[in-house]
Design a binder for this molecule. Sequence first.
Ligand code: DQA
Length: 145
Amino acid sequence: MNILFLNGPNLNLLGQREPEVYGRTTLADIEAKVRDRAKKLGAEIDFRQTNLEGELVSWIQEAKGHFDVIVINAAAYTHTSVALRDAIAAVGLPTIEIHLSNVHAREEFRHKSLIAPVCRGQIVGFGVNSYVLAVEASVNVIEAR
Ligand code: DQA
């Protein structure tokens, strides 16, 4: 079971960025929690972050044949990127959209996700636990194949 975790723009700043919204946990801390859960469930993890939309598109394209599931926190690109949506649809790997915050309880522009229609499901609003839950959801998706 190989799971690719992709993190979009500004998530490298977690821990210092708007802590009242995103908490004090760093992305490195989140990665450690994800790895811990994955190890217990017997899954391999690749965990990446970039601020560049095109890099996310390339990573999604390259995932085919190497990963069973993609988990993506596309951050702000969630609400803007047709390119990401098209990449997810083109590759056809089961993809799980996640967010730390409950985007539906925030500004209206965050209510719309351009990638949601091509994702298997969404996990939003559980803070760091959104990532841990995504490991479990991924394993479920793989085992149900
Ligand atoms: C986010 C929510 C997005 O709206 C925002 O642009 C982010 C983080 C989250 O994890 O809550 O950068 O994806």
